[in-house]
Design a protein around this ligand. Structure first.
Ligand SMILES: *[C@@H]1O[C@H](CO)[C@@H](O)[C@H](O)[C@H]1NC(C)=O
Length: 198
């Protein structure tokens, strides 16, 4: 569990600890949530299931440091209270790390807050917003967290399959740049077949 939480803070939250320390002075400011699109009429049941993280971009990411970043998968399971159990699995050779979190519904459908936030030392707030999805092929998700008085943000490109078209990737790059990020902040993780959780 401790390892799982570590992975969570390292990977899911988009802030490699060393980078957080090193890049502190020049973090690109996180956009206000109101400026980030929200999928209209979000259907939480249809969004369930497994998504591959095909692309990642964030103000604490650096493409060069993460050139060997392995793909991971995230599975959303809806509870009766409209929260999600969110299980992420790093796909890598010999070992499968997985970690579980809860996303609690927030103000509008498609907006969530991290559950049990007190379990994650240093995290003051953590919000999730579904930017756009067609439910059966692709999704873009915006994550923002306040951690030790700094704001980190990240957008992920989810695919129901490990590969997405160049057009969908370009669309993701355009969106990341509209939020102030640059090519250096955008990563396309390496697909890896060695470890697949069903
Ligand atoms: C979510 O996780 C809780 C706690 O582990 C579990 O009791 C519940 O059954 C899970 N919900 C789903 C839909 O799998």
């Amino acid at each position: 569990m401790a390892l799982g939480l570590l992975c969570l803070s390292l990977v899911l939250l988009g802030a490699l600890q060393t980078q957080a320390q090193d890049s502190t002075p020049n973090l690109i400011p996180a956009p206000p949530l109101l400026r980030v699109p929200l999928q209209p009429d979000f259907q939480d049941e249809l969004f369930q299931g497994k998504w591959y993280v095909v692309g990642l971009a964030g103000n604490a990411f650096n493409k060069e440091d993460n050139s060997q970043f392995n793909m991971y998968a995230t599975t959303y399971e809806l509870n009766d209270d409209s929260s999600y159990n969110v299980t992420s699995t790093l796909l890598r050779i010999q070992r499968c790390d997985h970690w579980i979190t809860t996303f609690l519904p927030s103000f509008q459908p498609g907006q969530f807050n991290l559950g049990n936030i007190e379990r994650y030392p240093g995290i003051q707030s953590y919000t999730v917003q579904v930017v756009a999805t067609d439910y059966n092929q692709v999704a873009m998700i915006f994550f923002k967290k306040a951690y030790k008085n700094q704001e980190f943000f990240m957008v992920t490109l989810y695919g129901r399959t490990k590969e997405l078209t160049q057009e969908l990737k370009e669309n993701f790059i355009t969106f990341a740049k509209a939020l102030g990020l640059t090519d250096d902040h955008i990563i396309f993780p390496i697909p890896n077949d060695e470890c697949i959780y069903k």
